[in-house]
Design a protein around this ligand. Structure first.
Ligand SMILES: NC(=O)C1=CN([C@@H]2O[C@H](COP(=O)(O)OP(=O)(O)OC[C@H]3O[C@@H](n4cnc5c(N)ncnc54)[C@H](O)[C@@H]3O)[C@@H](O)[C@H]2O)C=CC1
Ligand SMILES: O=C(O)[C@@H]1CCC=N1
Length: 270
């Protein structure tokens, strides 16, 4: 079998994974085929990454050893109905990155096939992704290794119990959006305080990056770092007071919880 990776859905997250997998030479372009309904996306992916593309998902599923599902949960039922029309002769490992879609839904849709449910995130594009995955009952040690290798190429990987997958989705799956809002808001605050936009964004980005690196390398608790920055009667405590007044921490906690609940709802629909 020459085609190793099939991807169904070549949108934002599909491309985030694909771009890194190709640039890291985990797969050669000739080893990848993407099933994508949008002609514009097909043309773009073929031109940008040199992979094969088709609008026929059956053509993808019939010839690959790993089938990565990267369509929206809302079209899961339609896509799996299309694939169920004829048995998948190549018996691929199914890896789904769909928010909310459970192992049991995957196993029902792909009877007799090994399935893995994963939740990556968009920093995968630059090799700084975070992926959690959980395996179905037919997934072998080799299947798990395949998933581990694939997602390791785009960042960190953890194996978790399925009961944690919706919470993972609410935190690391959706998290890049929260952090992007944080960076945007810090930059806006800098502009409000008189900084030119480009400088404000540079300061915001490097402050977020540097703080994360400091926390990771020293392993100090975030509260301890906050204490180290807040001088008595100083500038930081004045800023922290405003964050508390605005419900910053409560808002982030509620965001993760709301996203986790939405993940559950998306799965419950099918
Ligand atoms: N965007 C993100 O940060 C993350 C997304 N995910 C999951 O990845 C999946 C895809 O999300 P996005 O890439 O953001 O969505 P998207 O809308 O950018 O991509 C979906 C792609 O599927 C294509 N498509 C639609 N119907 C199709 C069909 N019947 N056959 C083949 N292709 C079809 C669309 O044309 C589109 O290009 C979702 O299930 C989401 O839960 C998981 C982790 C992070
Ligand atoms: O917003 C969504 O539904 C997807 C899943 C995690 C990140 N994006």
């Amino acid at each position: 079998m020459s085609v190793k990776l099939g991807m169904i859905g070549g949108g934002v997250m599909g491309e985030a994974l694909l771009s890194r997998l190709i640039s890291q030479k985990i797969y050669q372009p000739t080893e990848v085929i993407v099933g994508e309904k949008s002609a514009e996306r097909r043309d773009y992916l073929a031109q940008q990454y040199g992979v094969s593309v088709t609008d026929d998902n059956q053509v993808v599923a019939q010839q690959v050893s790993t089938l990565l599902l990267a369509i929206k949960p809302q079209v899961f039922a339609a896509v799996t109905a299309e694939l169920a029309a004829s048995p998948l002769a190549s018996a691929p490992l199914i890896i789904s990155i769909l928010a909310g879609v459970s192992l049991s839904q995957l196993e029902t849709a792909f009877p007799q096939l090994p399935v893995i449910r994963a939740m990556p995130n968009t920093p995968a594009t630059v090799g700084a992704g975070m992926t959690a995955f959980t395996s179905g009952s037919l997934a072998s040690a080799r299947d798990k290794q395949t998933a581990q290798q694939l997602f390791s190429a785009v960042g960190e990987v953890v194996e978790v119990s399925e009961t944690l997958m919706d919470a993972v989705t609410g935190l690391s799956g959706s998290g890049p959006a929260y952090v992007a809002l944080l960076v945007e808001a810090l930059s806006d605050g800098g502009v409000a305080a008189g900084l030119p936009r480009a400088l404000a964004t540079q300061l915001a980005l490097q402050t977020v990056r540097g703080t994360v690196q400091l926390l990771q390398e020293t392993k100090i608790h975030p509260a301890e770092l906050k204490d180290r920055v807040t001088s008595p009667g100083g500038t930081t405590i004045a800023g922290v007071t405003e964050l508390e007044r605005g419900g910053f921490r409560a808002a982030l906690m509620a965001a993760v919880k709301a996203a986790a609940e939405r993940s559950q709802e998306l799965g419950a629909k099918d």
